[in-house]
Each structure stands twice: as C-alpha cells, then as structure tokens.
Design a binder for this molecule. Structure first.
Ligand code: ZN
Length: 335
C-alpha cells in the first residue's frame, strides 16, 4: 500500500533451498537439488524425540503453528524480489498453489492482464476454497507480490511474505475444522503500485479484478465478510484500527486479541490505510484490514527475515482463527 520509492529489479532468485513440506514440488518449482538437511521444524523434532501419541498429534495439528508459517515466509523470501509479472513471482505462486493442493484444497488461478503505467502486465490471483456447510463465503486475503525497486534488492519478508505465510498455515488448520461457512483464501497479485508513488488506479490490481469479476458472475454477494492481512510479521508488532474498515469486524478482531491477551499489539489508535480491502468496501462487503504500517523497514532493503518474527505470525494466526468463530456466530444470528 501507500507511497514511496523507485523502480524495479527482477529475479536473482536463490530459491527455496530447503525442501520442507513438499520436496518434490519444491524441486519442480525451483530446480534446486539440495536435500533437506534442515531439522529446525519443532514438530519434526518433537516427533523424533518423543514419539507423541496420535491423539496428541491430532490436537496439535488443529492449532495454528507459527513455525510452519515461518517456513512459508522463508520460502517466499528465498525466491527473491517478486514484483507482478516476474518469473520469481510465478515460482512463488507455484509454491502457494502446490501447498494448498497438498492439503486437498480446491485452487483456482485467475489470470488477467493489468493495464499499468509501465505497460501491460500479466497477473494471476490465486483463489482457494474450503467448502463449509453453507455456500456463503468468508474471505481471508493477502497480496503475494512485492513492490518493484530498481535501485535495491527488496525481498518483502513482511510486505507480501508474512501475510501469505499466515494464510497458508491458516489453510492447513481450516481444513481440519468444521466450517459453517465456506472459507475463501485469496492471494492477490499486483497490490503494489508499479510506479514509486501510490496513485490511483496504479495499485490493488488483483483485488479490483477479483471484485469486478465476481460482481459480473453474481458471486460477490455470497461473500459475507473479508479479513485482509498485510504486514503482519514485524518483530515489534503494533496494529492500529484501520479507519476505512467495517466497524463491527474491527471490533471483533480487537476484542478477540484482548481475550487472547494480545492487547499490547492491538492498539486503540486509528489509522487510515488504502489497501486491497477498499474494492470490497466499495461494493458493500464488510471488510477489515489487519495491517501494521508502523514498520521501519517498510519498502526498504531492510524488509528481510531479520525484521520479522515467528511469534508475530503466531499471534496473528491465533487472533484470526478465533475471530473467525465469532464472525460465524454473528452472521448466523442474522447480523
Ligand atoms: Zn508494500
């Protein structure tokens, strides 16, 4: 979202050197042939050391696991700069799609060509559906592109990487859950402006395309709410209530965070941010943006793994998951 900086730089992708969840897919995606010698996944380690019972493992798998989210973040960063239209973004998209499909989730790629100030750019939204008891959908969204800069290497650990990472781990947890509403996970392309400055309409290409296309198909009204995540991995997490967001949804997120003891990270201050939720709000879809723009490394070369933390991903994942239950109850009670 918002303002700042210069041009573009493609690729240089060192890609996904540690095959974690899906070695075969990762090899296909990146051409890396290095074996997985990495044992930093605590789940794996726990399994090896203690051989937990089936029940213990089942219980653990229903909870949001920040270490799994962290691995998704690391994999994206290892793809390097991922601006819309780049080969690196296609590699990243392949990783996202394969991770979702490995969970048995239906995934649709929604390609389109965006008309931008720097020329036409092919873009692709990724839409994943976890069928619930009702066909009405609750959306959880993030952008997966990173902003293009020509004068430095920008890998977007937080801006792009963190929210996708949380969505992918949420996908795993939500497939284990009884969902009263269908969950739609949305990975938008082209959120970032192609030019250094954020000027309409040079931004939010993917979300605008999704909304227009759903509107044409008549499927937009069955999208009941949208939770948008952006910049959710800062080591020093501090969310402010986003001023454009639907009030009751914001309230649900903030009160849930408080119930979980995370009020220190969800401040009672207000800040307006233009982001992928705006096109939804324009069409009357209740939407909330969980975004931490109080991030020193924002749109700088310092937006790397050192600036983000697994703990922050864990906090956001827990809050969204618990808030989802509250949102479902409110909708069911006819809000
Ligand atoms: Zn950005």
């Amino acid at each position: 979202m918002n303002t700042l900086k210069t041009k573009q730089r493609l690729l240089g992708s060192r890609c996904l050197e540690s095959a974690f969840f899906l070695p075969v897919v990762v090899l296909l995606a990146c051409g890396s042939t290095q074996p997985n010698t990495d044992l930093e996944n605590p789940l794996e380690t726990t399994t090896i050391k203690t051989k937990p019972s089936f029940v213990q493992r089942t219980t653990a798998s229903k909870n949001f696991d920040g270490s799994r989210a962290w691995e998704h973040l690391r994999q994206q960063v290892s793809c390097g700069p991922r601006p819309a239209g780049s080969v690196a973004l296609a590699v990243c998209r392949n990783y996202i799609v394969q991770q979702l499909r490995s969970l048995g989730i239906l995934v649709e790629e929604q390609p389109f060509t965006a008309t931008t100030p720097i020329g036409p750019i092919p873009m692709v939204n990724v839409i994943a559906k976890i069928q619930g008891s009702k066909n009405d959908r609750l959306g959880i969204a993030s952008h997966y592109d990173t902003k293009r800069f020509n004068n430095f290497r920008f890998v977007g650990a937080n801006d792009g990487g963190s929210s996708v990472a949380v969505l992918l781990e949420l996908a795993r947890v939500l497939t284990e859950r009884q969902n009263p509403y269908t969950i739609e996970l949305l990975f938008f392309d082209g959120e970032e402006s192609t030019l250094p400055q954020w000027r309409d309409p040079d931004n939010t290409y993917g979300s605008r395309y999704y909304v227009q296309s759903s509107q044409k198909q008549g499927s937009l009204t069955s999208l009941r709410t949208l939770i948008l995540l952006d910049l959710v991995g800062d080591k020093n997490l501090s969310f402010r209530r986003e001023a454009n967001s639907t009030r009751w949804l914001t309230e649900v997120i903030w009160s849930t965070a408080k119930q979980l003891g995370y009020q220190a990270y969800f401040l009672n201050e207000v800040m307006a941010v233009e982001d992928d939720h705006i096109p939804f709000l324009r069409y009357g879809i209740p939407a909330v943006n969980i975004v931490d723009l109080d991030y020193n490394a924002w749109h700088t070369p310092a937006d790397t793994l050192e600036a983000v933390s697994e703990r922050s991903l864990q906090i956001v994942g827990e809050v969204v998951l618990k808030a989802l239950g509250e949102i479902e109850q409110r909708l069911a009670s006819g809000l």
